[in-house]
Design a binder for this molecule. Sequence first.
Ligand SMILES: O=P(O)(O)OC[C@H]1O[C@H](OP(=O)(O)OP(=O)(O)O)[C@H](O)[C@@H]1O
Ligand SMILES: NC(=O)CC[C@H](N)C(=O)O
Ligand code: SF4
Ligand SMILES: [Mg+2]
Length: 533
Amino acid sequence: MSTNCDQPSSSSCQDGSQELKKYPLGKKRFGRGAVESGLTHECGVFGAIATGEWPTSLEISQIICWGLVALQHRGQESAGIVTSEGKCTKHFNVHKGMGMINNIFNDEAIRKLKGNLGIGHTRYSTSAASEEVNCQPFVVHTAHGALAVAHNGELVNCDSLRKMVLSRGVGLSTHSDSELITQALCLNPPEGEKDGPDWPARIKHLISLAPLSYSLVIMLRDKIYAVRDPYGNRPLCLGKILPFNEPLYGECDESRQAEGWVVSSESCGFLSIGAQYVREVFPGEIIEMTRHGIRSIDIVDRPANKAQAFCIFEYVYFARADSIFEGQMVYAVRLQCGRQLAIEKPVEADIVSSVPESGTAAAHGYSRQTGISFAEVLCKNRYVGRSFIQPSTRLRQLAVAKKFGALSGNVRGKRIILIDDSIVRGNTIGPIIKLLRNAGATEVHIRIASPPLLYPCYMGINIPTREELIANKLNPKELAKHVGADSLEYLSIEGLVKAVRSDIKVKSPTIIGHCTACLSGEYPGGIPQELEW
Ligand SMILES: O=P(O)(O)OC[C@H]1O[C@H](OP(=O)(O)OP(=O)(O)O)[C@H](O)[C@@H]1O
Ligand SMILES: NC(=O)CC[C@H](N)C(=O)O
Ligand code: SF4
Ligand SMILES: [Mg+2]
C-alpha cells in the first residue's frame, strides 16, 4: 500500500511501519453496513414531553415521529418510539421496526403510542447487526420501573464495560453498546442510594465508566433525561414547543410559556413540529425534563488535560444544512469552508459547480470568494438508493453514475471547478468527471471542502478501514490522474478548523474544541487499547 506523502498531518511517510502498528488496517467492526460510497451516517435521537396537566392535548407520538423524519438522514436502517402516559411504572407503549420511519409508523401505530412523554430513535448500526433485536430505544424493567434509552454514538471501551457489567451478574441479550448503556444505568451507583433510585447519580456513574461517545435520551415513567458525553462528541439540542401561531424564529424568550419540551440530535425539525430552538445540551450535561419544565442537573467534567471534541464532520457532511451547532447554521459553515478552500486552492476556470447535495453550500462559498459564477452541472436522481457493493468495478462505477445526469447546456466548452464536501473511497468523483467530459467540459478541476480522510472513526461513524480510504493510497496528484481530473486539491485541516470556528462567538479553546481524528489521527480520549481496527 502506498501512503499519502502530501499530508503534513500524517506521520505515515516518515515511519510507515510504526503508523500501521498504531492504526492497524483491515477488520471492520461488527454491525457496520456495506456501502460503496461516502460515509454512512450515525443515529438520530429525539425526546418530547408535554408540560402542564396530563393527559395532554399535544400529540406527543406524532411530534416524535415528525422529529424522527427530520433526522432520517442520520439513519435509515430501523427506528422506534417508546411513550409513557406517566402513570404506570410498569408499562411503556413501544413500536419499533426495520426500515424508514414513514413505513414503520402508520396512523394506527401512532394512535397506540398515545402518551404524555416519549423518546425515539432512527438507527444506522455501528456496534451490532442491523436487526430487529438491536432496534432502539431499548426498554428494560428495573427494580424501580421501566427504563427506555436511545443512543447516538459508539462506546470506545465497549469490551471492557461489557465485561464489567457481566461480572456484576447482569445478562445482556444483544451485542449492542446501546443495550450495554441501558444495563449500566440499572447498576446502583458506588455511593449507594438512600430513598429509591438516584437516576442522576446512576447517569454520572455511567459517564465515569464510559467517556465517549454518546448523546442519550433516557425515559422513566414521568421524566426524560438528556445527556451528552463530556467531550461533546455527538450533538444534542433542546427546543420549546410553543402555542400554535406563536413565532418560532429568533432568540428564545424565557417568559413564553412552553406547551412542551423536545430534545433532538439536530434542530432541523423544530420548526416543523412547532418548537423553537433553545440551546445545545452542554458536553457532560445532564438535563431533566418533566411536566414542570427543564432543569440542568449537573455538568460532568472531562479529564483536566482533555479538550472538547465535537465531531467536525457534522459540519462537513452529516448534519442537515439547516441545523444549528455552536450558535451557527451548518449551511453558513459549509459556505465558509468553500471560501477558505478558494483562498487555499485557487484555479482559473469559467464556472464553479458542485456535486449535489452536500457539496453545494461550499461551492457557493468558493464562487463568492473568487467571483467565478456558480452554475449547476449535475442533476441528482433522488430515487437511487445507496450504491451497495457491486461485484465488479464497472458495475460499481455505473451504480454511482446512474445517480447523476449532466446539464449539458451549462457544461459544453466550459472549464469547471467542481466542489464536493468529501472523498472517502473515491468512487463518486471519477464517473462524474467522465460524465462532464462526455457532456463537453474542457477542464474539470476538483476541489474538496474537507481534508483527506486517513483514519477510521471509533465514535459512531462508519468510516471505512484505512485501506479502503483512497487518500491512504493516492496523493492528490495521483488521485487526480486516477479519476481523470485536471487537478484535485483538498482543504487543509487548519483551514477547516478556521472555517468552522470563524463565526463561533466563544473563542476560548477550553470551551470550544473539535474532533478531527479521522483527518489527523489525534483521537479525543487517546486510542482505546481494546479496539481492533
Ligand atoms: O468518495 P466516495 O466514497 O465515493 O464518497 C464521497 C461522496 O459521498 C457523499 O455523498 P452522498 O452521495 O453520500 O450524499 P450527498 O447527497 O449528501 O452528498 C459525499 O458527499 C461525496 O459526494
Ligand atoms: N450510529 C449510531 O449512533 C449507532 C448507535 C449504536 N452504537 C448502535 O449501533 O445502535
Ligand atoms: S473521527 Fe471524524 S467522524 Fe469520527 S467523531 Fe471524529 S471527526 Fe467525527
Ligand atoms: Mg455527495
